[in-house]
Ligand binder design. Sequence first.
Ligand code: TYM
Length: 351
Amino acid sequence: KQLVFSGVQPTGNLHLGNYLGAIKKFVALQDAYNCIYCVVDLHSLTAQLVHDDLGDQTRQITAAFLASGIDPNKHIVFNQSRVMQHAELAWIFNCVARIGWMNRMTQFKDKAGKDRENASLGLLAYPSLMAADILVYRATHVPVGEDQKQHLELTRDIAQKFNNDFSGRIAARGLGVEMKVGDETVNGYFPITEPVIGGPAARIMSLRDGSKKMSKSDPSDLSRINLTDDADTISKKIRKAKTDPDALPSEVDGLAGRPEAENLVGIYAGLAEISKEAVLQQYGGQQFSVFKPALADLAVEKMAPVAGEMRRISADTAYVDSVLRNGGERASVLAEATMKDVRDIIGLLQD
Ligand code: TYM
């Protein structure tokens, strides 16, 4: 079986974008792949170094994984900082990657803002740690939302540069594997990871502004549906969601230039696991006064059980911690096997 890796940061509330764009896909990939799902606590330090509740946030994301249906016995669920090999490989990748590559990342530019000289070095190096998360397991597939696409391209660049720079030493040790990159077959140590992005919910937008993505950091709570929202709150937020005055079109083309309408149709499609076309076949020609209550009912039907399970699971701290401990132990074994090879390839002395 091929290997899937993905991660979620323990910062703020998980929202419908995280759920439809990422976590729901994590669940769907469980049958066909071996999966490793990680709460990336080290990454969250780039946004906020001092947290009062980093531990609780980490448990909360873990509870969301489990409540959504990820099986921690068949797959690995853990928090990043338990497996120190992530940080070790990230250091090596810091020496492989170029500053120019990092400077081009749109997420860095957005988060660093105007005063870039004052951004933390960790924020700049963020994608290098992300590449290490994935490649320390030599994962082949990474399910994420659209906003992580550029980081995954960088991960491919880092893998490719490492494979090239060390090609002789990799071959001499018999550590290379054949892999396809586009139409070419190449030999390398790290796989060129495939992003798993797509479907109607790869980019869920704010409920208040169809040009901004739904985000944990938006100051308006009305902009997002949190995984912990109760039924009344979900309905209220959908009722108040920004829309235009027109009826829904019957074809997807008719959503062009109507970002708020397109977003709500995408959310419906993601929740119902159907295409946007199928949603419009059903609701084309209808007003939002009809579509919004239908969407609210669907959202409550799909999300309320997840919220309930999350509450139940996160109340059992000892259980959540045991999942993370056990996952961390299993992940460490895999990560250390990779690092032994990597140290050997580079020429670092080890026993
Ligand atoms: P994070 O914690 O910001 O988000 C977790 C996942 O949710 C997706 N997502 C969205 N999808 C659709 N619409 C939205 N509005 C939306 N907002 C967030 C994200 O794309 C992501 O898949 N850098 C990553 C965490 C990470 C990681 C990794 C991911 C660290 N190491 C290795 C994959 C592999 C992040 O900040 O995600």
